[in-house]
Write a protein of this length. Structure first.
Lengths: 292, 378, 235
């Protein structure tokens, strides 16, 4: 029972990290019909930048903010320079461009920081909390993960639901031509959407790094887990990404806890197959929003 | 511009695609026979590798260029083929041809498992799933180290050559023979009923379905063909590398193969050879000589190939999505026109521009597609 | 005043407009008539910048619209109600209207302008918090028009607003349009297949056939010309 509780707690924290990456994937997908396969690699790059900033001895939180700011910038630049030219081409072109960017960024990071496994500091203690007299596998850092990802989700929710920019972004995503006819600068909003998605990714990068080996490829698996989470949630639903991330995190935690960690990727593959066979449109998809 | 008058009948290419493809394969075979005679052992080894990667690329090219789907984990299917051949060799000594067929069949079967769920919906599902597959596969050999040989991997003996034939040359012949046969089969597949329905699905799934094409089945078949090609390539690769372990099939292999396809010309079976040159030479020889010229430090050297492949993927997509073979055809049309309308050779390819249905553009028309992109076929 | 001069548009090899010229006086309603595929929709899309033009210019007041991006054309006072309305079904009725007003008015003023639209189309007020997907065809058309007029454009391009609507609803829509042009200096370009109802409120009529203007005259004159009606307008 204790094992089960610990695995569950770990799964929730891990799952919220997937949610954060999945949220980035969904924001981009529903605005542009593109899955950004470089989402993880972009987060990796911003986390390495934070790593270098930390090396200058400025402390954790400035480095944290630098990473988020670099995410914002990187997302916007990638959209403007690489994605915009393939925006109205067949979707495969965008897949290839973002996939190329994935490997390109990993190569660049390897060339600058090396391909060795490093450690990345955590914002808070990673030692398990003690509840009553029993230690549980849930640390201050895990609490930080929960708070940070939920705060991000709420911010995104408020932005979309209650602000004019959010209204414009939704309009641009659902009906670009109608939005333009209402004076919405769709092109700019797409850039902004990529920038925001990259911030969500940058946050995930910072949250993952202390819990795993830290090397240029450390976000690869996180990306595909987040993809699984996003498909589970419906690919175009931010709420679905959040819930899908937690479900995926839990499922993989149980696979890892009871069957062995090296089966987690296979577990994710099986989960994805099951989702596509049983409910391919995901849990939270709005049927009207889906442009198949 | 060179204008050439009506060719005499003996100089024209056969009208039937089957005969024409067979003619190309035979000419290719003769060419390669004499080439292998004049090359050193090492160069023959490289030529064999070229043939192997050309198989994997050609399969992917058919999938992407003519069926509008993509596999981001072609390297993982290569691994499936390599492990299949190695397992067969370890546990049971059977005929080499059967081993290679088994490698292709196993990869095709795995492809079936991936494709059936992923092709139920239109969208990025297959791309994401194949990427997940490529990343997940190495963990299987970690988990089941006894069966897959762990980090050491499995050893494969090179095939024994009959008579006094040089074993390296024999293996190269096997690999070249397989490549020519696969390309012949793929070219014929594309000019058959299947090829037409592949393209119909790529161009417009709804219209294809209305015309009686079973869209999901069609996509699954194309994916299985592509996976089987990768599996065969994996089997052949195992023969020449002598050992099969997970280190040989990193994610970057899948990316190299994809970049090879894009560079060679998506949808072009012949273009696979161009891409294969890149996959064989860029990570090793070219990286080294560039590194020596520009004095790369060891970190840059270690990462040069992936950076270059990433850059190639991006730049080709932005600048020249129809690849080298697209450029060759364009040049060919520019320089030579036949005054009789002979059917162009290798009429099996399309540019990636056409590789999927035109997406809705903001003005509701397709005018944004530059006309040069749609003319790359043929 | 709207001035269109020598406008040509092609989709690939298909020439949709061949040198179309027309003028529309400020405060007038101009009916653009013609058969299916004549180029009426293309004309509107070219004016609002949704399709790029080969030749020709579009001037509105002192501005040249040609070559400007759609958003900026809209922001210089051009409202376009596209064919079918294109209401954003994922948003609520109020959100659709907010979006139409957002480029021009701040948050506070928007409420007032939304209320003006609700006065024009009371049916929308009842459904303001519902998703636009729940609206009937007529209500969608009202929302599409309301969304375009909420920002008080000076030029309104209407593409088949009566398509698929019951005659009574069409009559209501036309009455609202007439009212709008009387209240403010609104210039309207009204594309209709239903020539009869369009001519009933229009001051001017332009008949387009195969991408060229064949007739351009007062609405009453066109309505009275039976040859013309038989040839191009089918009534």
């Amino acid at each position: 029972m204790r094992l089960f509780v610990n695995i569950t707690l770990g799964g929730v924290a891990e799952g919220l990290i997937f949610s954060s990456v999945a949220l980035g994937l969904v924001l981009i997908f529903r605005a542009t019909n593109i899955i950004n396969f470089a989402q993880g690699a972009m987060a990796m790059l911003t986390t390495f930048i934070a790593f270098s900033v930390l090396g200058k001895g400025v402390g954790y939180w400035p480095a944290f903010l630098v990473a988020l700011a670099c995410g914002l910038l990187l997302g916007g630049v990638v959209q403007l320079t690489l994605v915009r030219p393939v925006q109205n081409k067949p979707p495969l072109n965008a897949v290839i461009v973002t996939f190329g960017l994935l490997i390109f960024l990993e190569g660049i990071a390897g060339a600058i920081w090396g391909n060795t496994n490093r450690g990345f500091p955590a914002a808070f203690s990673q030692k398990g909390l003690v509840v009553g007299k029993t230690a549980v596998a849930f640390s201050h850092f895990d609490i930080f993960i929960v708070v940070a990802v939920l705060a991000l989700s709420i911010l995104v929710g408020v932005l979309f639901r209650f602000t004019t920019v959010g209204l414009r972004m939704r309009a641009a995503a659902f009906a670009p031509e109608a939005a333009r006819l209402l004076g919405v600068r769709v092109g700019r909003l797409l850039t902004l959407g990529w920038a925001l998605a990259a911030v969500a990714g940058a946050l995930a990068g910072l949250l993952v790094a202390p819990t795993s080996v830290f090397s240029p490829g450390y976000m690869d698996l996180i990306l595909v887990y987040a993809f699984t989470a996003a498909v589970l949630g419906g690919l175009d639903s931010p709420l679905g990404a959040l819930v899908g991330g937690v479900i995926t995190g839990l499922a993989l935690a149980y696979v890892g806890g009871y069957l062995g960690g090296s089966l987690q990727p296979i577990g994710a593959l099986v989960l994805l197959i099951v989702v596509l066979m049983i409910r391919p449109e995901g849990i939270f998809s709005q049927p009207t929003a889906r442009r198949v | 511009m060179i204008k050439i008058g009506p060719l005499p009948s003996w100089a024209r290419l056969p009208r039937q695609p089957l005969l024409r493809h067979l003619l190309f394969a035979v000419v290719g075979g003769v060419f390669f026979y004499f080439l292998t005679q004049s090359l050193s052992d090492f160069n023959n080894f490289e030529l064999g590798e070229l043939a192997v990667y050309a198989i994997a690329i050609a399969g992917l090219s058919v999938l992407t260029g003519t069926n509008g789907q993509i596999c981001l984990g072609q390297g993982a299917f290569v691994a499936v083929g390599a492990y299949t051949l190695a397992e067969l060799e370890v546990h049971q000594s059977i005929n080499l041809a059967l081993q290679l067929l088994a490698a292709a069949a196993m990869a095709g079967a795995v492809g079936l498992v991936i494709a059936v769920p992923a092709t139920r919906l239109r969208g990025p599902y297959l791309a994401g799933m194949t990427l997940l597959f490529a990343l997940a596969l190495p963990f299987l050999s970690d988990k089941y180290g006894n069966f897959f040989g762990g980090d050491q991997g499995l050893t494969v003996l090179p095939p024994s050559a009959p008579g006094s034939i040089d074993p390296v040359k024999w293996l190269t012949w096997i690999q070249l023979f397989c490549a020519l046969v696969v390309m012949l089969l793929l070219a014929n597949l594309l000019s058959s009923r299947f090829g037409r329905s592949f393209r119909a699905v790529r161009d417009d799934e709804v219209a294809a379905a209305l015309a009686g094409v079973h869209v999901a089945r069609n996509k699954v078949i194309a994916f299985v063909v592509s996976s089987a090609c990768a599996g065969l390539a994996g089997g052949l690769l195992a023969l020449s590398s002598g050992v099969v372990n997970t280190g040989e099939f990193p994610l970057s292999l899948s990316i190299f193969i994809l970049a090879g396809m894009v560079l060679g010309g998506t949808g072009s079976v012949f273009g696979a050879w161009w891409g294969s040159i890149l996959v064989v030479y860029l990570p090793n020889q070219w990286s080294q000589s560039l590194g020596n010229t520009f004095h790369f430090n060891h970190l840059v050297s270690a990462n040069f190939a992936v950076i270059a492949f990433g850059a190639i993927l991006i730049v080709m997509m932005l600048v020249a999505p129809s690849g080298i073979q697209g450029g060759v055809r364009w040049l060919g049309r520019r320089l030579v026109t036949f005054s009789t309308p002979t059917e162009p050779a290798g009429n099996i390819s399309v540019s990636l521009q056409q590789a999927a249905e035109p997406q809705r553009s903001h003005d509701g028309s397709e005018a944004e597609h530059p006309p040069t992109d749609s003319g790359a076929a043929g | 005043m709207l001035e269109v001069e020598n406008l040509s548009v092609a989709y690939g090899a298909v020439q949709a407009l061949k040198g179309v010229s027309l003028r529309a006086e400020t405060g007038s309603i101009t009916a653009v008539l013609g058969a299916n595929g004549a180029g009426k929709t293309t004309l509107l899309r070219a004016i609002s910048g949704l399709v790029s033009t080969q030749t020709g210019t579009v001037r509105f007041g002192s501005r040249t619209l040609t070559g400007m991006p759609v958003e900026r054309i809209v922001q210089s006072g051009v409202g376009h109600v596209p064919e079918g309305g294109l209401v954003i079904t994922e948003l609520t009725v109020a959100e659709n209207l907010e979006l139409g007003a957002a480029w021009r008015y701040g948050r506070r003023e928007r409420a007032r302008h939304l209320n003006e639209v609700y006065d024009l189309f009371p049916a929308l007020k009842e459904r303001s918090s519902q998703h636009a997907s729940s609206l009937s065809g007529g209500e969608r058309q009202m929302l599409a028009i309301g969304r375009a007029v909420v920002s008080h454009p000076s030029l309104l391009l209407l593409d088949e607003p009566s398509l698929g609507l019951a005659p009574i609803i069409t009559a209501n829509l036309m009455a609202v349009l007439l009212e709008l042009t009387r209240q403010e200096d609104l210039t309207v370009l009204l594309v209709e297949q239903n020539a009869r109802s369009a001519l009933s409120i229009a001051n001017w009529a332009v008949v387009i056939n195969l991408g060229t203007v064949v007739v351009s005259d007062r609405a009453e004159t066109v309505a009275a010309d039976s040859d013309l009606r038989h040839h191009y307008l089918g009534f």
